[in-house]
Design a protein around this ligand. Structure first.
Ligand code: FES
Length: 102
């Protein structure tokens, strides 16, 4: 988190930015709209386990360490713990940071 003071430049940058950034460890990935988060990670050669790719199995579960996501198709059925997300069926709505267990 940065400071709580926002000025005109930084708030304008945030609202006009069409490219969201996904940080995974020391890697940064640009999120392209029309993709799921999982597809963006795969396009950047970041390996994430998966099975159903549809929010049922939970195999793709990763930890969201900062930022916000949403599930465009509604909340998934698979169990997710606190701060965990399912990249196969979510999209970022802000810049996000993830922790992916090997
Ligand atoms: S791959 Fe099954 S919930 Fe994501």
């Amino acid at each position: 988190m940065k400071d709580k003071v926002s000025d005109d430049v930084s708030s304008a940058d945030a609202s006009k930015s069409s490219t969201l950034e996904i940080t995974v460890g020391d890697k940064k990935v640009c999120y392209k709209s029309e993709q799921t988060l999982l597809e963006s990670l795969e396009a950047a050669n970041i390996e994430v386990h998966y099975h159903c790719r549809d929010g049922f199995c939970g195999a793709c579960r990763v930890k969201l360490t900062s930022g916000e996501i949403l599930y465009p198709q509604g909340e998934p059925l698979a169990f997710v713990g606190e701060n965990e997300i399912l990249p196969c069926c979510c999209i970022p709505v802000t810049n996000i940071s993830l922790t992916i267990d090997e």
